[in-house]
Design a protein around this ligand. Structure first.
Ligand SMILES: *Cc1c(COP(=O)(O)O)cnc(C)c1O
Length: 228
């Protein structure tokens, strides 16, 4: 069942990329395994999946410990600065950097660990008060400030648009993130480590996100079913 879902989603990812003339290999699938049991993750691993997204630090720590080496764990949830020390150990990529204090706390632990952490800046494109993320007009400043941390490798941007009925309604937000990324590249604030990552799109709207340039799509329920 889970293996079939992976096949279906991968085919839809390929098709969406090809529709807009993109290389399907330029899009990677982050399997969002929050609130899914280990057995489900093992099935995903058997289907060839290595990148998993988790929202909660404790849960990610337990799963990473149980499942061993060789997997990538992306932090896609809000991270408190006082949890940064443990997060630096557990995760292989942090997609939700939205303030300097958090970056500072991560860097200080990464120095001790002698570990390099790929990061994304989370942008609140929709401007929702309840959502995390830096405002688009503040993103440039944060990117510049992040340059002072040698253990944080800024690879791109992440966003979570407002909830909508029709995925087409999110197209504008996805496009805005891509245009913001391009602007930051042109200002020399992003893209120093190669082509930038754009993490956008979930179960309901990943195809639209790919059409607008997503390089990472974060898909949970369409792969694993409802969370328990
Ligand atoms: C839970 C979550 C997802 C996955 O959502 P689905 O609708 O289950 O695909 C993606 N991104 C973030 C940030 C999430 O919290």
């Amino acid at each position: 069942m889970i293996a079939e879902n992976f096949e279906t989603i991968r085919a839809r990812i390929r098709a969406a990329a090809e529709r807009v003339g993109r290389d399907p290999f330029s899009v990677r699938l982050v399997a969002v395994s929050k609130h899914q049991p280990l057995a489900a993750i093992r099935e995903a691993m058997a289907a060839g999946q290595v990148i998993f997204g988790e929202n909660y630090l404790q849960e990610a720590e337990d799963k990473a410990a149980a499942l061993g080496q060789g997997l990538s764990w992306h932090c896609i949830g809000h991270l408190q600065s006082n949890k940064a020390r443990l997060a630096a150990e557990v995760f292989t990529c942090i997609e939700t950097i939205d303030r300097l204090k958090l970056a500072k706390a991560l860097e200080s632990r990464l120095v001790e660990l002698d570990k390099i952490m790929p990061i994304l800046v989370q942008v609140n494109v929709g401007g929702e008060a309840q959502k995390a993320g830096v405002a688009p007009q503040e993103a440039g400043r944060l990117c510049r400030e992040l340059q002072q941390f040698p253990h944080l490798v800024l690879q791109g941007l992440m966003t979570m648009p407002p909830m909508v009925e029709n995925p087409e309604e999110s197209r504008g937000c996805f496009r805005q993130l891509r245009l913001l990324g391009e602007e930051l590249v042109s200002r020399g604030l992003l893209g120093q480590h190669g082509p930038i990552e754009l993490s956008m799109g979930m179960s309901g709207d990943f195809e639209v996100a790919i059409e607008e340039g997503a390089t990472l799509v974060r898909v949970g329920t369409a792969l694993f079913g409802e969370r328990i």
